[in-house]
Design a protein around this ligand. Sequence first.
Ligand code: ZN
Length: 112
Amino acid sequence: MKGPRPRKVPQRTCVACRTVRAKRDLVRIVRTLEGPVIVDTTGKKSGRGAYLCRQQSCWDVGLRRGALDRALKHSITGEDRLALESFAATLPPRLEESPSAVTEHHLDDRRA
Ligand SMILES: [Zn+2]
């Protein structure tokens, strides 16, 4: 026993920079069952998902260098790509590193 541990935060890997982060620091992009590739702000849509950091540099890699296409096994084109690019434009160029001790109590991840 090493004392109380912080509650486990779900973690995911950014498909661009391969950094493992808390899920809420990433943005889920999902290739929906209907076809379009969209930003999944709820994190609950079904389909093949991929994660990118909330920073433009990763979206650059994801969109312009094909990391996202590879992760989703799908070529993102047309309106889908435009929508993702406009979402990326709302993000900060670089994610501020959060302090190591992050309190995590406002999200209820236990819902089924
Ligand atoms: Zn990243």
